[in-house]
Design a protein around this ligand. Structure first.
Ligand SMILES: [Zn+2]
Length: 273
């Protein structure tokens, strides 16, 4: 027998081993071979996973879970657009919560299946924690509207602005039982670059508006309604008030506006957070 015959025999044996009978026809040796192959394959898979997983995890898209949301960097620019996109309106209700008016707004919104964003003054939230909790339970969003509603805050020291913003956030959070406060709206829109940064770093998007019907000045229900309809071309975020005095006109105006929004094909959204 020459060299060629040995090679041919070796090849035959190798093929038999791969087939699983170990070239002997006995299954025991074949099983050992299969176990070895399986072991190597397993090691290769585990090794590949160890190499791949850290990067794979890093590439996961920004999740919808709460922790990913918290980690998301909040922009310092003033939000006015609707989160939903499309034909939408963002109702925002400022200066509450107010024990006389806020429950009426909540009932109206609930009866119509409409969500809104409540921009609360810190001490009002502290005095009415049950209302803050109802706002959250009904699916509305929370917004920080400072401690003392100082509309000249843009001319005050940064340390004062920071205290006004962060103290109110803490009071609103405490009153809500730990719900997120997603926005900061400067009283009278008196933002500064510093206050926008302070808010964003605390997880709150600065929140502006497009539509200001001046309901605060009580110009009459008809006037509030027509102001909203006329200004809506400017953008989706509507400023109304559920606190800071009698809100009878604001409530009556909203009662008329909600069916009108629906007839016109508007969806109800939240501002971009
Ligand atoms: Zn206000």
């Amino acid at each position: 027998m020459g060299y060629g015959t040995d090679v041919a025999r070796f090849r035959a044996r190798l093929r038999a081993m791969v087939r699983g009978d170990g070239g002997t026809g006995r299954s025991v040796r074949g099983m050992r071979w299969e176990a070895l192959v399986a072991g190597i394959a397993m090691a290769a898979v585990v090794g590949a996973l160890l190499l791949v997983l850290p990067d794979g995890r890093a590439e996961e898209p920004a999740g919808k879970n709460a922790s990913a949301q918290m980690a998301k960097k909040v922009e310092t620019s003033i939000s006015r657009k609707a989160e939903s996109g499309g034909k939408a309106v963002n109702l925002t209700l400022d200066d509450g919560p107010d024990p006389r008016w806020t429950p009426k707004f909540l009932a109206l919104l609930k009866a119509n299946g409409v969500k809104a964003t409540f921009c609360m003054v810190g001490p009002n939230a502290q005095r009415n924690p049950e209302l803050v909790k109802r706002v959250v339970a009904d699916g509305h969003r929370l917004c920080d509207h400072s401690m003392s509603h100082d509309v000249s805050m843009d001319r005050k020291p940064v340390a004062y602005q920071e205290k006004e913003i962060l103290e109110a956030k803490r009071l609103i959070e405490d009153a809500s039982g730990g719900a997120p406060v997603r926005y900061y709206r400067a009283p009278g829109g008196a933002f500064t670059p510093e206050s926008r940064k302070i808010a964003a770093e605390a997880g709150m998007r600065p929140l502006g508006w497009n539509v200001d019907p001046k309901d605060f000045e009580r110009p009459g229900v008809d006037k509030i309604v027509s102001n909203v309809k006329e200004q809506l071309a400017k953008g989706p975020t509507v400023l109304l008030h559920d606190g800071g005095g009698s809100r009878e006109q604001s409530l009556a105006a909203l009662e008329r506006l909600i069916p009108w929004f629906k007839e016109q094909g508007y969806a109800f959204s939240f501002p971009e957070a």
